[in-house]
Ligand binder design. Structure first.
Ligand code: F6P
Length: 548
């Protein structure tokens, strides 16, 4: 029991400004976003910030100067500034695994520390490899050049490189086509291999642990696909490279040691796209553009490390998420990129945020009595407008939204870009302003509807508004701005973990399902297997085996 009489760690005990923050929430809760703008002509200037090519407009949030001030005081109480310094210094902030979280070293232009030196050596190796493939000098078992590259990986070894290479496809060089396989469902690999020529296909096995079931099963099937096509066991090495921290396991699989790129225990999977895990990105857009991606992320790192907390974009983003999560009852946050090329960004942010913040105990191991991670979801605009936006506008939950949009597009259809941009703005405006009952009724009457009927229907057409959103604007989606955008979200998640006093860098929760799948798989294969199964699981196993 804590001082406040609660079970488990509580934020009211942790932060002396908590009660004042709650009072400010209650005060703001009585007003509306519209009133916040009416009472403060300087609101847009005061509630916006810029860094690394990103412009953040957070004025359409239920935030006053007072609330922001209190949230910043809470960040001070959480010792945020010194924890940021500790992360950059490589201290072992991942306390349950006794590791540093040094993904920022992956995009550092310096080669001073031991980690930075290893990063730069790897970048050199990656650059040479990419050049060799592009020059047609990497050859398969029949001496033909590589035309297709298949990345086999899952989680952080898939989502980041997949999303970035999709987002930067306008920068693609013509040399090789990329494919991604993640699921252990054989339908994934089968579909990706259909139409590929084994003689000209290269596989990247991306697995930090080189022990992930999905990746190993897909890699084994890929190897069989090669040997079935006439590739000798000795030549299999010509078709595989791997990024891993487990050299022995990769070599045992049959990958030549010189074809391995290192990973380090100080890089978490969901923070790894900047490492050699980003190899597919470099193969698609070239090593120079890949370095631009790193440069954009580094620019955000510098901003995060040096800007005042009040001007610090990742910090502001985290404070807003914290505010809605803790005091406004938000359960989720929606990510709405108004760019088709960013359609996989919500999936990447899901892993980044939910695997980092889905925790139930503090860093010290005490159960928390407050909510931790929000559900992160979303999809590309305008597609989502014709699907789930209804719930954003008229549903009963507060769902803070992040709109992400770029001014200039890479395609040659500028009039469509104006439509896209207009829709992005109109959605955030509609969420904030809504439509009053009176206006809904007046519109119906003006259309010729009898008053009594208009009265009834107006209830359905009325939109409450007052729904918060933040807009992130960039000039164009380029390797640099994308690097900055992803790094911003990484740091936002880190700041949230500091405010919540949880470890953002472990993921113990995913282990149990992995452990249990082994005995179940055995029971599916062997009727005599002695698996300790609950009755429901036993029945489902029997049904798979055709018995019951
Ligand atoms: O199961 C979760 C996880 O460990 C993620 O954290 C990670 O990104 C993914 O699996 C893949 O792991 P690996 O790169 O070791 O195959």
């Amino acid at each position: 029991m804590t001082d406040s009489g609660r079970d488990g760690a509580s934020l009211v005990d942790r932060y002396s400004h908590w009660t004042a923050l709650q009072k400010e929430k209650n005060r703001i809760g009585k007003g509306s976003l519209r009133e916040l703008f009416e009472s403060d002509p300087a609101r847009v200037d005061d509630f916006s910030a810029q860094a690394a090519g990103l412009y953040l407009d957070y004025s359409k949030n239920h935030l006053t100067r007072e609330a922001r001030e209190l949230l910043l005081k809470i960040a001070d109480e959480a010792d945020l500034s010194s924890t940021i310094t500790a992360m950059f210094a490589g201290e072992k902030i991942n306390n349950t695994e006794d590791r540093a979280a040094l993904h920022v070293a992956l995009r550092s232009p310096n080669a001073e520390t031991e980690e930075e030196k290893a990063v730069h050596q790897t970048l050199t190796k990656l650059t040479r490899f990419v050049e060799k493939v592009h020059a047609g000098k990497w050859r398969g078992f029949t001496d033909l050049s590589i035309t297709d590259v298949v990345n086999i990986g899952i989680g952080g070894s898939d989502l980041g490189p997949r999303m970035v290479s999709e987002a930067l496809s306008p920068f693609n060089l013509p040399h090789v086509a990329l494919h991604f396989v993640a699921n252990v469902d054989g339908a994934d690999l089968t579909a990706k291999l259909a139409g590929l020529n084994p003689e000209t296909t290269l596989f990247i096995v991306a697995s930090k642990s080189f022990s992930t079931l999905e990746t190993l099963e897909n890699a084994k099937s890929a190897r069989r696909w090669l040997t079935d096509a006439g590739c000798s066991e000795a030549d299999v090495a010509k078709h595989f490279v791997s990024i891993t921290s487990k050299v022995d396991k990769a070599v045992e699989f049959g990958i030549a040691e010189e074809n391995l790129f290192p990973m380090w225990d100080w890089v978490g999977g969901r923070y790894s796209l900047w490492s050699a895990i980003g190899l597919p990105i470099a193969l698609a857009i070239g090593a120079e553009q890949f370095k631009q991606l790193l440069a954009g992320a580094h620019e955000m790192d510098r901003h995060f490390r040096s800007a005042e907390l009040a001007e610090n974009i990742p910090v502001i983003q985290a404070l807003i998420a914290f505010w809605y999560n803790q005091l406004w009852g938000a359960h989720s946050q929606v990510i709405l990129p108004y760019n088709h090329l960013l359609r996989s960004l919500p999936a990447h942010l899901q892993q980044l945020d939910m695997e980092s913040l889905g925790k139930r105990v503090t860093r010290q191991g005490e159960p928390v009595d407050y909510p931790t991670g929000l559900v992160i979801w979303g999809s590309e605009g305008t597609v989502g407008q014709h699907s789930f936006h209804q719930l954003l506008h008229q549903g009963t939950r507060v769902i803070p939204a992040d709109f992400i949009v770029n001014r200039r597009a890479q395609h040659e259809l500028p009039h469509q870009q104006r439509h896209l941009y207009a829709n992005c703005l109109s959605q955030s405006q509609a969420l904030m302003e809504g439509k009053s009952l009176d206006r809904a009724k007046a519109e119906l009457i003006a259309s010729g509807m009898p008053e009594a009927q208009a009265e009834r229907l107006a209830q359905h057409k009325m939109i409450p508004g007052n729904r918060p959103s933040t807009t992130i604007l960039m000039e164009e989606l380029s390797p640099r701005t994308l690097g900055a955008l992803i790094a911003m979200y990484e740091h936002k998640v880190f700041v949230l973990s500091v405010l919540l006093n949880i470890n953002a860098f472990d993921q113990w929760g995913v282990e149990l399902g992995k452990q249990l799948s082994g005995p179940i798989h055995e029971a599916l294969e062997n009727p005599d297997a002695q698996a300790d199964l609950d009755p429901s699981t036993r029945r489902l196993v029997d049904l798979f085996r055709g018995q019951s």
